[in-house]
Ligand binder design. Structure first.
Ligand SMILES: *Cc1c(COP(=O)(O)O)cnc(C)c1O
Length: 372
């Protein structure tokens, strides 16, 4: 079976994790601080605050902005479900906006169509690594939190996604380009926000456990507000520091493989995800849109599986899941089209040219197969 994704992990990551273990400091400590600094610098932000996941990072970002009961936050339904859930964690209401048919991302006009006087923020996803048009959405005048879970290494107007972000949330789940097993990060340019976020992820403590350990003499901490335990461990950060050094090579290779897919897919009449006008994708997800006359998505996935190709349905749509049954929303025709009529093809570092031919040949068969 050709897997859809595979994390690139080597001996260096294993050695770095072992070093952290041998150091005796395994919870949030110096390696987390080093990873925060290195990651923030890589994505063009002044400050990084590591978290246990992107989901918890999104929750912290909305909590920081004061989002609460009675508030609405505009989100795409076309996203991993954590995007919408983060709004519910704050007791607020996610309001689903439709997306651009080419990129799968929110646009200024789809956000504007659903905003109300209760809209407190926009959660803008760079879906599958494709950069969203951040500037045009910021121009609406609402605070924009970027869900950059998939977008490490993508660019916007020639600069890394994350540069200039009010708040951006990142994921280091193995389904993304670089991984710490589980893990996340918030980046921001605002030093006071970074400081508060560091307290919020650590029980609201006025002095971090690591700083208390470093201090000479007795340091008594205070708990300044009700907060969370959303910390990353130093074992994870040790792995993350090695992964970060691989990021550029991972992106370059994925873009090379994507270019080959584009070439091989051209005769099939499927539309494949590609760079938008305003930036470049890291191809975290390589999806194709099935032609109108092709069989159902499920039949296509079945035919691919029978040929040894592990593909996935398109990006999920939260509003179609039981967790959002009865949740009110306006029409989402593009979201529904993309979730039902796209499939994600395998893309990972061990993919060979032969594998890519196998995938495309299988897809060609699947497109003409009569649903059985
Ligand atoms: C993966 C993903 C998340 C969740 O990331 P975790 O680190 O697994 O919590 C959130 N949003 C998007 C768009 C994602 O792709």
């Amino acid at each position: 079976m050709i897997p859809v994704m595979k994390p690139l992990l080597g001996d260096e990551e294993a050695a770095a994790a072992a070093d952290a273990v041998r150091s005796g400091w395994v919870a949030q400590g110096p390696r987390v601080a080093a990873f925060e600094e290195a990651f923030a610098a890589r994505v063009g932000a002044r400050h990084g605050v590591a978290t246990s996941s992107c989901t918890t990072a999104l929750h912290l970002a909305l909590h920081l902005l004061g989002v609460g009961p009675g508030d609405q936050v505009v989100v795409p339904s076309l996203s991993f479900i954590a995007t919408a859930n983060a709004v519910r964690y704050c007791g607020a209401t996610p309001v689903f906006a439709d997306v651009d048919p080419l990129t799968g991302n929110l646009t200024a006009s789809t956000v504007d169509a659903v905003r109300t006087p209760r809209t407190r923020a926009v959660l803008l996803v760079h879906q599958g690594g494709v950069p969203a048009d951040v500037e045009s959405i910021k121009a609406l005048g609402l605070p924009v939190v970027e869900d950059a879970a998939c977008a490490a290494g993508s660019t916007l107007h020639g600069r890394p996604v994350g540069t200039g972000a009010l708040l951006a949330a990142w994921s280091f789940h193995p389904r993304k380009l670089i991984t710490t097993g589980e893990g996340g990060m918030l980046t921001t340019d605002d030093p006071s926000w970074a400081q508060r976020l560091k307290r919020l992820r650590e029980h609201g403590m006025s002095v971090s456990a690591a700083d208390r350990h470093e201090a000479r003499g007795v340091v008594l901490e205070q708990y300044t507000e009700t907060a969370f335990n959303y910390r990353m461990t130093d074992i994870q950060a040790a792995v993350g520091l090695v992964q970060l050094r691989r990021l550029d090579a991972i992106v370059a290779q994925r873009r090379e493989f994507a270019a080959r897919y584009h070439e091989l897919l051209a005769p099939l009449g499927v539309r494949a995800v590609t760079d938008p006008a305003h930036g470049t994708t890291n191809y975290q997800s390589f999806w194709v849109e099935l032609p109108d006359d092709a069989p159902d998505q499920a039949d296509v996935l079945t035919t691919l599986a029978q040929a040894g190709v592990s593909a996935r349905r398109g990006i999920m749509a939260a509003h179609t899941e039981p967790a959002y049954a009865g949740h009110r929303h306006g029409p989402l025709p593009v979201t529904e089209h993309l979730t039902n009529r796209t499939v994600i093809l395998p893309l990972h570092h061990e993919l060979t040219e032969d594998d890519q031919h196998t995938v495309v040949d299988a897809l060609a068969k699947a497109l003409v197969a009569v649903a059985s």
